[in-house]
Design a protein around this ligand. Structure first.
Ligand SMILES: Cc1cc2nc3c(=O)[nH]c(=O)nc-3n(C[C@H](O)[C@H](O)[C@H](O)COP(=O)(O)O)c2cc1C
Ligand code: SF4
Length: 435
């Protein structure tokens, strides 16, 4: 599986090879403050909390960090608190995502404008940029220094480097990382927006959400709603890839057909299935998947969602079961060893999935059938049932969404690749035969 998601987990989101198809947010790219202001206008600092929240509500902006929570609700809740904190989350801990680093590198001032607007709206005393190390962070730090020298920002922004672990971008892990502890999630008995960084009400927003906020403040809700669907307005940044191809960051309106998105990204090769929403996302078969609009409403029937915009196209010649098992192995390895379902459940699930995937593959010693055809050693027919049993045991029982997201990826793989599961149980892999 050369170049697929799990086998190239970390290299995929390095910036060097990212190709970009711009839209509104990426179309607002500017390398320095002067060109940013010339292109996008000055930061409308003095909108006031009420009008800004109302505009964001009218726009229908939702979080671009994965959960698609309405941004105005978080802004309003944080604005009720005292001594508040705001954090731009550019950890981009999803291995197949490159959109936040791309955004930060190409439009750093737009993200920083959004951070300042959010800080002003909730009267924040502290602001942070939490981002993974790399060229994008260097460019963002340069932009911050430029703003500081010109006295543009009202709230001072501190930079904290996010560790390269899958769970390090989860919002409670973000708090722990900024507090100087291991960046691991904690239980959410109290909402972060009420009890966050060092116990203070904290607003955590994805970097892209803040960039979209900065555009809404400038152009208004009606402009924002000019593209996308009525229920899911605006554009989003997608990171598209395929084995050996991409990542390509594409900006498209919600509702764009999945096949069109892949076409814009230049991934026009034959597709067997698509993983939508990243490692915690859902697998959809190419038919009807490629004609499905990328929106929560349209993908819900497939137990998938746009999430943070990761789209991975698997060719028909690859084994989906193998791809899912490799991703699950990565997710199991990335558990934070705090909750039993995650610590013991995910590795067990990953091992059963690996056995099922391996059963159809050449490494399996196999035996010869009467017709001379090689039949591989048959796996235990109870393996799919064991996967269902273990999935039910870990679901909903972690302190964070990691086990649930991992189980969703597996569950959708078992549905989309049901034919492959049966073939593997019979000692074959269909992948090589689908030319
Ligand atoms: C395991 C896990 C990893 C996450 N990683 C990220 C991340 O890298 N970046 C991010 O913005 N949100 C990430 N999130 C979502 C955050 O917890 C949080 O919902 C988000 O930063 C809120 O911003 P938004 O409202 O703008 O989407 C992750 C969530 C989970 C469960
Ligand atoms: S569910 Fe897993 S990743 Fe989440 S807090 Fe528990 S051990 Fe950590």
């Amino acid at each position: 599986m050369t170049g697929t998601l799990a086998s190239s987990a970390v290299p995929l989101n390095s910036l060097a090879s990212v190709r970009v198809v711009p839209g509104r947010v990426l179309g607002a790219a500017a390398p320095d403050l002067d060109s940013h202001v010339a292109r996008n206008g000055v930061l409308p600092y003095d909108l006031g909390t009420g009008p800004l929240v109302a505009e964001v509500e009218a726009a229908g902006l939702t979080g671009r960090g994965g959960a698609a929570f309405p941004t105005w609700r978080k802004l309003l809740a944080a604005a009720q608190g005292q001594r508040t904190v705001v954090i731009a989350n550019a950890a981009e801990s999803e291995p197949a995502s490159a959109k936040d680093a791309t955004l930060l590198a190409s439009a750093p001032h737009l993200v920083l404008d959004g951070l300042q607007l959010a800080a002003a709206a909730i009267n924040a005393q502290e602001a942070y940029l939490y981002a993974k190390d790399g060229p994008a962070l260097v460019l963002a730090q340069r932009a911050l220094a430029e703003r500081q020298a010109r006295g543009v920002d009202r709230t001072r922004v501190r930079v904290v480097v996010a560790p390269q672990q899958f769970v390090a971008g989860e919002e409670t892990a973000v708090l722990a990382g900024i507090e100087g502890r291991d960046a691991l999630p904690r239980d959410k008995a109290r909402l972060v927006v009420e009890f966050g960084l060092r116990g203070r009400p904290t607003l955590v927003h994805n970097a892209e959400t803040l960039a979209q906020l900065a555009l809404i403040a400038r152009h208004g809700a009606r402009w924002f709603r000019g593209v996308g669907t009525a229920g899911e307005p605006g554009t989003f940044l997608a990171t598209a890839s395929a084995p050996g191809a991409g990542p390509v960051v594409v900006e498209v309106p919600y509702g764009t057909p999945l096949g069109e998105l892949l076409g814009l990204a230049g991934l026009a090769g034959p597709v067997g299935a698509v993983l939508v929403g990243g490692y915690h996302g859902g697998w959809v078969p190419a038919n009807p998947g490629l004609s499905l609009p990328v929106s929560r409403a349209a993908l819900a029937a497939w137990d998938a969602a746009p999430g943070a915009g990761v789209v991975f196209a698997l060719p028909p010649t690859a084994c989906g079961l193998d791809a899912a098992a490799r991703i699950l192995a990565y997710l199991a390895e990335q558990n934070a060893r705090q909750c039993a379902p995650c610590f013991t459940g995910l590795p067990r699930l990953a091992s059963v999935a690996a056995s099922l995937a391996a059963a159809g593959h050449p490494g399996n010693p196999g035996r010869l059938a009467p017709a001379g055809q090689r039949v591989l050693a048959l796996p235990d027919p109870a393996l799919p049932g064991e996967l269902s049993r273990l999935s039910a045991l870990v679901s909903g029982r972690g302190a964070c969404h990691h086990p649930d997201g991992s189980v969703r990826m597996l569950r959708t793989a078992l549905g989309t690749f049901a034919g492959d599961v049966q073939a593997h149980l019979d000692g074959y892999c269909l992948a090589g035969r689908r030319h």
